[in-house]
Design a protein around this ligand. Structure first.
Ligand code: HEC
Length: 124
């Protein structure tokens, strides 16, 4: 009995670091975002930056913004840019995997939905 309890405990303790295995990828996408996007969209996605104000950039944290943007639309904007704006195309600079990760990263600003996004990743 004690042994079972101990092994259960060990399983739980082992499972925790395994569950955090996605962290390096998250850290990478964070770096990609901070390097390429932060200047305009802000570290918090709210675009409370000089560029954000100047170009009237929407906040990714706004639920209405999240509601009217599909993943496809976000991916398209990152890969191909937004015509007639300062939003440039990143399709050549970043890999498709990095762009997919950025889509989830932008989504997560809409209320910290990081967990469901990770489940989606596992299903792909
Ligand atoms: C030079 C400033 C600038 C940089 C850098 C920048 N953006 Fe943008 N972004 C804009 C502007 C301007 C718009 C258009 C205004 C708006 O949609 O609010 C925009 C729009 C967007 C949109 C919404 C597109 C739509 O259809 O509504 C997304 C998503 C986006 N950017 C993601 C990113 C990501 C991810 C990065 C980094 C890889 C990035 N942006 C880098 C300025 C920038």
């Amino acid at each position: 009995m004690t042994r079972i309890a101990t092994s259960l405990l060990a399983t739980v303790l082992l499972a925790a670091p395994l569950g955090a295995a996605a962290a390096p990828a998250d850290a990478e996408v964070e770096q990609v975002y901070l390097k390429n996007c932060k200047n305009c969209h802000g570290a918090d996605g709210k675009a409370e930056t000089k560029m954000g104000k100047k170009h009237d950039i929407d906040s990714f944290a706004d639920p209405a913004w999240q509601a009217r943007h599909s993943d496809e639309k976000i991916r398209d904007a990152i890969a191909n840019g937004v015509k007639d704006t300062k939003m440039k195309a990143y399709g050549k600079k970043l890999s498709p995997e990095q762009i997919d990760a950025l889509v989830r990263y932008v989504r997560a600003f809409g209320g910290g939905q990081a967990a469901p996004a990770k489940e989606g990743e596992a299903n792909q």
